[in-house]
Design a protein around this ligand. Structure first.
Ligand SMILES: [Zn+2]
Length: 336
């Protein structure tokens, strides 16, 4: 998205980066057997993340007309909270309030069950897709943000909006709360909800002049997106991971090291970069460091010297002395 500026102030104070998690799940799924249910679950979660990004871009368009030096917009901010992280799709800062926006891009008949703290949908295949009830997720974001505001000595109330952006979504509150929570709306009503909040006469808590400084300070609290306990969560054991190097053209783990490069056995094309994805999968999901022997197994190599050169070429950082040398990613996204 273009950075809009008004009188030298960046209205977008934090830009969105593409999700590492969706990409990492897709890479991991390549190393799993076809019949493993976890493979389908991983790919489904990756596609939900990508759909979410699509929904967030729709919200960008609705949000931008509000941008001003008293309405700053941050995209996709991740903050530490409670030993884990919170990821806020959109964060608006104004002199009177902060607003977190949690976009849901889900199609179909979605049921919201506040009592059981769930949102769910019956799938055509008979399974049920479930997820945390969005206002509970928004509540966690609010608490995390208030904690950071507190450290910054900023006294701003935090509100939340949860727009559902898919055009075919049908929302239904089930259980004893038959009315949808106030912060939930279809994207068609998003602009109206936002205007209501802006015009609700909330008292000014901070000077508009201080707003860019607060946005800058807030950015210093952000952390990289982290990936948690994926193998456990999807019930995958390390022994199920299939070693090998992916071919870009055949979409198979069909590359072997021959003639000083990885070459696909099926189409004969060289694949010089994809071995890095294999190392990334190991270092993200299995262990935060890899020894030469494991690298040889994962990449189907025989010579330690080849594995060493390839790991250095991939930018991995060696540590420990010669006999017990391990390699790791310089800036890991692993959290477990
Ligand atoms: Zn190939």
């Amino acid at each position: 998205m273009k950075i809009n500026r008004l009188g030298g102030i960046a209205l977008i104070f934090h830009e969105r980066k593409p999700s590492i998690r969706a990409h990492a799940y897709e890479l991991l799924s390549r190393h799993l057997p076809e019949n493993l249910p976890a493979k389908t679950s991983l790919l489904k979660e990756a596609s939900i993340i990508r759909a979410g990004e699509f929904g967030e871009k729709l919200i960008d368009q609705l949000l931008l007309p509000f941008g001003s030096d008293e309405f700053l917009i941050g995209l996709n901010l991740t903050f530490p909270f409670d030993g884990e992280t919170i990821q806020i799709d959109h964060l608006v800062l104004t002199p009177s309030f902060a607003l977190t926006i949690e976009t849901k891009h889900i199609k179909g008949h979605v049921k919201l069950d506040l009592e059981n703290e769930q949102m769910y949908r019956h799938e055509p295949d008979g399974s049920i897709f479930t997820s945390t009830h969005p206002p509970l997720q928004a509540e966690r974001h609010r608490k995390g943000l208030l904690q950071i505001f507190n450290k910054m000595n900023v006294d701003l109330p935090v509100y939340s909006l949860i727009p559902f952006t898919h055009s075919t979504v049908h929302l239904e509150a089930v259980g004893s709360y038959t009315v949808l929570p106030q912060e939930i709306c279809r994207s068609g009503r998003f602009t109206m909800k936002l205007r209501e909040l802006c015009e609700s006469g909330l008292p000014q808590k901070i000077s508009p002049l201080a707003l860019p400084q607060i946005a800058d300070t807030l950015k210093t609290y952000t952390v990289n997106e982290k990936i948690y306990h994926t193998l456990d969560r999807f019930n995958i054991s390390k022994s199920q991971l299939i070693p090998g190097v992916w071919c870009h053209f055949c979409s198979e783990l069909s590359c072997i090291w021959t003639g000083r490069r990885f070459r696909c056995q099926l189409c004969r094309e060289p694949n010089d970069e994809t071995y890095q994805d294999t190392l990334f999968v190991y270092l993200t999901f299995v262990s935060e460091s890899i020894a030469n022997k494991q690298a040889r197994i994962m990449l189907n190599l025989t010579r330690p010297g080849t594995a060493r050169i390839l790991m250095l070429k991939a930018g991995l950082e060696p540590f420990h002395k010669t006999s017990k040398r391990f390699y790791r990613i310089r800036k890991s996204i692993r959290a477990n």
